[in-house]
Design a protein around this ligand. Sequence first.
Ligand SMILES: [Zn+2]
Length: 282
Amino acid sequence: MNKINNINRRKFLEIFAGCSCGLVIASCTTAPITERKQLKLLPESSLNRQAAQIYINVKNKSKLSNDKKKLNEIKEIGSNIEEAVSSYFLSVNKPDPTYNFKWEYILIDNDKIKNAWCMPGGKIAVYTGILEVTKNKHGLAAVMGHEIAHAVAKHSIERASRALILNVGTQIADIASGGKISAASRSAGVDVAGLLRTFGIDNPFGRKQETEADYLGLIFSSLAGYDIRESVKIWERMKEAHKGKEPPEWMSTHPSSSRRIESLKKWIPEIIIKYPPIKKMT
Ligand SMILES: [Zn+2]
């Protein structure tokens, strides 16, 4: 235990030493739009690099869907949200949090998993299982908007930074310093679930981050021209789909669905007016 702690402390110090000039500024940033204070001690570039590596592994080890039409729809929604996010930050003279993103989209053929995620740097996966809940492009845009919001608001950097400070997140700390993932990606026997777990993708974000992703997700979908009222219907369908059954991972790691529906209903009218569809950058 001590040994692990020492290793982490050393890695932590190395990271500190390596980016001390950026640190003071970087550690006092706020989340975009919500202005929530964030602790960010890690260089985003290293997290994005690790995420890109895992994404390659996930692609190699997953059964990707042959449904070209669906994948194209996902890509189209994604590119609309990409452009809307960039155009928005340009329009309010704020730095675009996605300027260094290398967006990519995959559709994983697994009807049992009602989930989607977006890794740091814009690496996105949608599972076929969630399509029966999203139903239409507005529903899909709501789910993708939420997942993209986690990445835009840099929630993974925050989480990894907190883990470093607490000195408990040995896995995340290893990732942050480039140890574990490089080892994991070299070993052939690692399954997709293991890879995602190593990166923390299947762990719940904090309650504040989930609420923030809901809020920002609505804004981004609205800016991209989608009907954000569909988000409420998704949560109602999600509740219905799992009536009396064990809630799926995606649901259990998020705020309770009735509380969530309440918040969405409260925000939607205001967001529709304040963040109407934005013109594409020319
Ligand atoms: Zn979430």
